[in-house]
Design a protein around this ligand. Structure first.
Ligand code: PXP
Length: 241
């Protein structure tokens, strides 16, 4: 069964919009867990635009499943991860001006720094994932570094407006999942996945986990969070023939 990581960053976005202490990210995480989330994912951005340090600490102390901390490759974030000890760290590229993570990491250009981070985190029993585009050089480099997993950036697939182009991007992702699996990397994916586009990605045989946020939190306005989570879980677990 494909694992579902629920990214709850946008619960914090709503909370911060009014500077209130609700809606609670911990309550959202617990509701997500009750309704099918296998892990809780948060991105502690350097500008703290949504999730704050205290949120991660509260989640660590209260959730019942596993915590996946998305973060930039900085000393500040590595130190924070060592203090919090999430189950997983997913290293992502981060730009101040972007609305959301725009592309995958350049593993080759950051080879030594990533290698150091993976080693330090591993020594503290934290498994590291690298957020990469569906690119064989980047995936091979992730394997050379001893990363536990990769998370393939599905934004390009999700944003494709033309079905024939989306098909090409899809088959590239599928091939890269096979490659990663052959290199003994655990294969995850995420970004831009919705109720309409998730199934083909979830049905890739090597897929271990999907991290999904915006579509679920957005639809929870109409359906409520329990149904928004449960419906996504059902979709990713149904086999497509
Ligand atoms: N995975 C990673 C590494 C991300 O950076 C994000 C966005 O924060 C997601 C998954 C979730 O993307 P979305 O909110 O588009 O579902």
């Amino acid at each position: 069964m494909v694992r579902l990581g629920i990214n709850i960053d946008h619960i914090a976005t709503i909370r911060n919009a009014r500077g209130e202490n609700f809606p609670s990210v911990v309550e959202a995480a617990l509701v997500a867990e009750t309704n099918g989330a296998d892990l809780i994912t948060v991105h502690l951005r350097e500008d703290r635009r949504h999730i704050k340090d205290a949120d991660v600490i509260n989640l660590r102390n209260n959730i019942k499943t596993e915590l996946n901390l998305e973060m930039a490759l900085t000393q500040e974030m590595i130190d924070f991860a060592l203090e919090i000890k999430p189950n997983f760290v997913c290293i992502v590229p981060e730009k101040r001006q972007e609305l959301t993570t725009e592309g995958g990491l350049n593993v080759l250009a950051n080879f030594d720094a990533l290698g150091n981070a993976i080693e330090i985190l591993k020594a503290h029993n934290i498994l590291t994932s690298l957020f990469v585009d569906a690119n064989s050089d980047q995936i091979t480099a992730a394997s050379d570094l001893g990363a536990y997993s990769i998370e393939i950036h599905t934004g390009k697939y999700a944003n494709c407006k033309k079905p024939y182009l989306q098909n090409d991007v899809y088959y590239q992702i599928k091939d890269m999942c096979e490659l990663a699996n052959s290199l003994e990397l655990v294969v995850n994916a995420g970004h831009g996945l919705t109720y309409h586009n998730v199934k083909p990605i979830a049905n890739i045989p090597q897929m271990n986990e999907l991290n999904i946020g915006f579509a679920i939190i957005a639809n929870s306005i109409f359906w409520g969070l329990p149904k928004a989570v449960a419906k996504m879980k059902q979709l990713i677990c149904e086999k497509q023939f």
